[in-house]
Design a protein around this ligand. Structure first.
Ligand SMILES: [Cu+2]
Length: 59
């Protein structure tokens, strides 16, 4: 399980570019948990801030 914690004063999302997962808006101070049933490398972005990019690697 992966937990994203939003410590920013703005909402963000964890949104897979492949469409496999989407947190929707995570409010400041909130978190979002995700359990991947697949292994692989999953690029994701924030729909509110498209320049925010990262990759989830599941082994
Ligand atoms: Cu964002």
């Amino acid at each position: 399980m992966v937990v994203w914690v939003n410590k920013d004063p703005f909402p963000h999302t964890v949104t897979a570019q492949s469409g496999g997962f989407d947190s929707k808006g995570i409010a400041p101070g909130n978190s979002w948990k995700y359990i991947s049933r697949r292994t692989g490398i999953f690029p994701y972005t924030c729909t509110f801030h498209p320049t925010m990019k990262a990759t989830l690697s599941v082994e």
